[in-house]
Write a new protein. Sequence first.
Lengths: 112, 112
Amino acid sequence: MKDQSLGRYELKAEIFKALAHPMRLLLLDKIKERPRCVCELAAEVGIDKSVASKHLSQLKAAGLIEDEKRGTLVEYHLLAPCVLELAACAEATIVESRQKRLAMITGKKRVG
Amino acid sequence: MKDQSLGRYELKAEIFKALAHPMRLLLLDKIKERPRCVCELAAEVGIDKSVASKHLSQLKAAGLIEDEKRGTLVEYHLLAPCVLELAACAEATIVESRQKRLAMITGKKRVG
DNA sequence: TGCATTGTTGCCATATTTAGAAACAATTAC
DNA sequence: GTAATTGTTTCTAAATATGGCAACAATGCA
C-alpha cells in the first residue's frame, strides 16, 4: 500500500496544511470580516508585506481565498465559507477533547 | 499586535497541523472504521511501527484520538467525531473551489 | 527467569517551512 | 517620463517536520 490509498488524502492534507499556521488563521478571520488588500492585512497583524503575501498565496492555492486586482491593490476575499466551520469545529474539538479528558481522569480517580 | 490575537489561533493551528499529513488522515480513516492497535495500523498502511507510533502520538496530542492499553497492545480509537466532518468538508472545499475556478475561467473567456 | 511481542523514544540525515530583506514587477499620480 | 505605492518573487538562514533504524520499556508466555 502506502500509495494506493494515500493519494486520496494528499489533497485533503494540502488544505489542512494551509490552515496549519496561526497567522494564516488570523488572516482568514480578518478577510472573513471583509475583503482586504495585502498592505492592510500586513499592517493589521504586524508582519512584513512579503510574508503576508506568501501566506495569502498559500491560502489561495488551497482554494480558500481569491484575489482581485484593484489598481495597485490586490484585494483578497473569502472563497470557501466552509472554512469558517472548519475553524469553529477545530475549536470545539479542543474544548470537547479537554473536557472528556478531565472527566475521564476524575472518573478514574473515583472508580479506581 | 502579532501576539494579541495570535494566541487564539495557535491551538486551532495545532489541530490543523495534526491533520496536515496524508498518512495521518489515512490512519484516522482506519481508526474510524474500528479501533486498532499500532502494529495493525502500521502493517495496513505499510510504514514502520515507530513512524506509526509517532503519527498516532501527534493525533493524540491534538485530542483527535485516544489510546487504551490492552496487554502489550495499545489500541487507538477516535475521540472527536467532528474530525470526520472536517475531512469531508475539506474534500468538498477542494471540489467546490475547483469548480468555481473553472467556471470563472470559462466565464472570463466568454465575457472578455 | 528467559524470550517474544508490542510500543515508545532517541538519534540522525533529509526535506520542508518560515521570516526577513532586497530585488523586481505593476499600477497610479505628478 | 519619473516617482510613489503596492505586491510578488528570490535568496538566505533558521526552525521544524519527517522517516528509518536502533535502543529501550512494558507486557505476556513458556
